[in-house]
Write a protein that binds this ligand. Structure first.
Ligand code: GLP
Length: 239
């Protein structure tokens, strides 16, 4: 695991942007795994403004809330379309998402898992939850998990409620790529900024590899780059 501590959020995003640009320049038809959340927003902004042509990539997203349609402004699908895909010329056929708005979830998990097995990601972008989750793989998720339905923890519902008008509007369940599938990506870039991520980032990087901190599995990935701002890196610096 390579760790890059940057001065601020903007620098963190610019370094990530450079790495993604290099990957696409070498392979314009790359398959990219995307994350939602506020952390990658500046990166997506930079990608949208970049001179690199992203129109040939295939995308896979990490997760989706259960019960929200693609048209719902709080859905992760809507988030990706409006913050990135529409801006870089990605058509619906190139977008792969787990659908959270269907009745047969078991079938949907199988469908998404099969797709992931057949399309290795060249790079997976990740954020991290303050409890060490990646995608929606909450603490105690087995490391060999594949796409599954998850009941969100109180902590995650509280963290994510800032993006909803009311805490009660936050969905209680989500469909998420599993840890085994995240690890299948050739390269992983994890971004984190802010003091509230410092403990999760420290535990992920230097703590024991344990299901208590799902992101700690990334210590076993052969090509994982962690890019963080100095606040998220504060405990690492102290140590
Ligand atoms: C959600 C997402 C994660 C994301 C995390 C952190 O729970 N499922 O993929 O990494 O939030 O979000 P933020 O970047 O807003 O802190």
């Amino acid at each position: 695991m390579k760790i890059i501590i940057t001065e601020n959020y903007d620098k963190m995003s610019k370094i990530a942007n450079k790495i993604i640009e290099q990957i696409i320049s070498k392979k314009p038809k790359s398959t990219i795994g995307f994350a939602t959340g506020t952390t990658p927003l500046r990166l997506y902004d930079l990608m949208a403004k970049s001179s690199v042509d992203y129109s040939k990539i295939t995308t896979f997203n990490l997760d989706e809330y259960i019960g929200l349609s693609k048209e719902n402004e709080q859905s992760y699908f809507y988030f990706m379309k409006s913050n990135l895909f529409d801006k870089i010329g990605i058509k619906t056929e190139q977008i792969n998402f787990a659908n959270g708005d269907i009745k047969d979830y078991k079938k949907e998990c199988e469908r998404y898992s099969n797709l992931l097995n057949n399309h290795q990601r060249d790079v997976q972008i990740l954020g991290i939850g303050s409890n060490g989750h990646i995608a929606f793989n909450e603490p105690k998720t087995p490391f060999n998990s594949i796409t599954h339905i998850v009941k969100l923890t109180k902590n995650t519902i509280k963290d994510n409620s800032r993006l909803f008008d009311n805490k009660n509007d936050v969905p209680k369940y989500a469909i998420t790529m599993g840890l085994k599938e995240i690890m299948q990506s050739k390269k992983i870039i994890l971004l984190a900024n802010g003091e509230n991520k410092a403990k999760a980032v420290f535990d992920m990087s230097y703590g024991p590899i344990s299901i208590k901190v799902p992101a700690s599995i990334l210590q076993l990935h052969p090509d994982c780059t962690v890019i963080i701002d100095k606040n998220a890196g504060s405990l690492i610096k102290k140590a």
